[in-house]
Design a protein around this ligand. Structure first.
Ligand code: SF4
Ligand code: SF4
Ligand code: SF4
Length: 351
């Protein structure tokens, strides 16, 4: 009997408010497809778990991402055209790559995906955004290019490119009343993205409250702490142990780490399956999740100006604390003196 084969929990749980959701994922902004590649490493949840229906309470999810799709050409583009015509119910739009300013492209275009069936002209990324965002249940930026502009939007670039909120407006809301949701990172940390997507799917299914976002439209629970707060090397920083070269376990602020002033959970979460995490494994934090990235963090590999004062102050405090701790540590490494095999009890016990 097929009904008895359904797990008990599936029969008792509330049905999602939506039965099916499409995820239309555009990677054709100015970018490198690195965020699509990154999410294939997610485990909390994995993309497979979401798509194969392994997570209770979720609607059926259909993913349309050019890097991960089996379809190509017109077949791949069909759901995008259908959504633009208002013929695709319930879709979330994910944007990867920054949005070029096509008002200044003179001849040709900066970035496009597919061609218009009527005119055979390329459809630019702003045109896709204009067609799809009014109908999307939610709009999500994957990676720092799509969220804030990223590397392509640095000073001196010719395209005038920008992030989603710069294009749509920071107060933009979807038809379902959701603000833009930004999940920055270059690339985005895989689980940060998939966890945010899972949250949004639960919210759209009527099983979660409004997603909490910070002022830069990032999920609060993922981005409220700094890299420094979660760094394996923070103990070295506090004791004034600063590396002068790579290859030591000490704090790398003097080699250019911006961790104390950057909102990112990567040292806590790791990169893949909990392993890695920039400064944990010896790489300076260059602030890739931040709206000011990359310009405000350059030149990379140089000590951040603000770190000169703080690290010099901590050096004398840390040196003193370190020697006091060494003393305490050596006494803690000795057993209490009453543990012996002599014939007299010296524990202080009395009847
Ligand atoms: Fe590539 Fe980084 Fe831009 Fe993502 S944010 S598209 S990984 S350059
Ligand atoms: Fe902070 Fe960076 Fe040093 Fe880690 S390596 S303790 S994040 S300054
Ligand atoms: Fe980017 Fe710094 Fe986070 Fe690494 S630790 S992902 S460089 S913000």
């Amino acid at each position: 009997d097929p009904a008895s084969a359904i797990p008990y929990g599936r029969k008792t749980q509330r049905a999602p408010a939506l039965q099916e959701v499409h995820i239309l994922w555009i990677t054709a902004g100015l970018g490198c497809d690195g965020d699509s590649v990154s999410i294939t490493a997610a485990t909390q949840p994995s993309i497979e778990d979401v798509l194969l229906g392994a997570i209770p309470g979720l609607p059926k999810v259909h993913l349309h991402n050019p890097v991960l799709a089996y379809e190509n050409g017109d077949e791949f583009l069909a759901p995008f055209h259908a959504a633009a015509r208002g013929e695709l119910d319930n879709f979330v739009l994910v944007v990867e790559g920054s949005i070029p300013n096509e008002k200044i492209n003179r001849e040709g275009y900066w970035a496009a995906m597919g061609t218009d069936p009527k005119t055979q002209e390329p459809i630019t990324i702003p045109q896709w955004l204009d067609r799809l965002t009014p109908r999307a249940l939610a709009v999500v930026g994957a990676g720092t290019c799509a969220t804030y502009g990223g590397i392509h939007a640095m000073q001196g670039n010719p395209t005038g490119c920008m992030g989603l909120a710069d294009y749509l407006g920071w107060n933009w809301k979807s038809v379902a009343g959701l603000p833009i949701v930004n999940v920055p990172g270059c690339p985005v940390q895989p689980d940060n993205f998939m966890e945010t997507l899972l949250y949004l799917l639960y919210q759209l299914a009527g099983l979660a409250p409004m997603i909490p976002l910070d002022g830069a439209l990032r999920p609060k629970w993922l981005f409220q702490r700094t890299v420094h707060d979660g760094c394996d090397r923070a103990g070295s920083y506090e004791q004034g142990l600063f590396a002068k070269e790579y290859g030591t376990p000490n704090c790398i602020v003097k080699l250019g780490c911006w961790g104390p002033v950057v909102n990112c959970n990567v040292p806590k979460r790791g990169w893949i399956n909990g392993v890695g995490g920039c400064p944990n494994v010896g790489g300076i934090c260059i602030g890739c999740t931040m709206p000011g990235f990359p310009d405000k963090f350059m030149p990379f590999m140089e000590q951040p100006p603000g770190a000169v004062l703080s690290s010099n102050l901590i050096r004398s405090y840390g040196g003193l604390i370190r020697s006091l701790r060494k003393l305490t540590n050596s006494t803690l490494n000795e057993e209490p003196k009453w543990r012996h095999n002599r014939s007299r009890l010296t524990t202080g016990y009395s009847r």
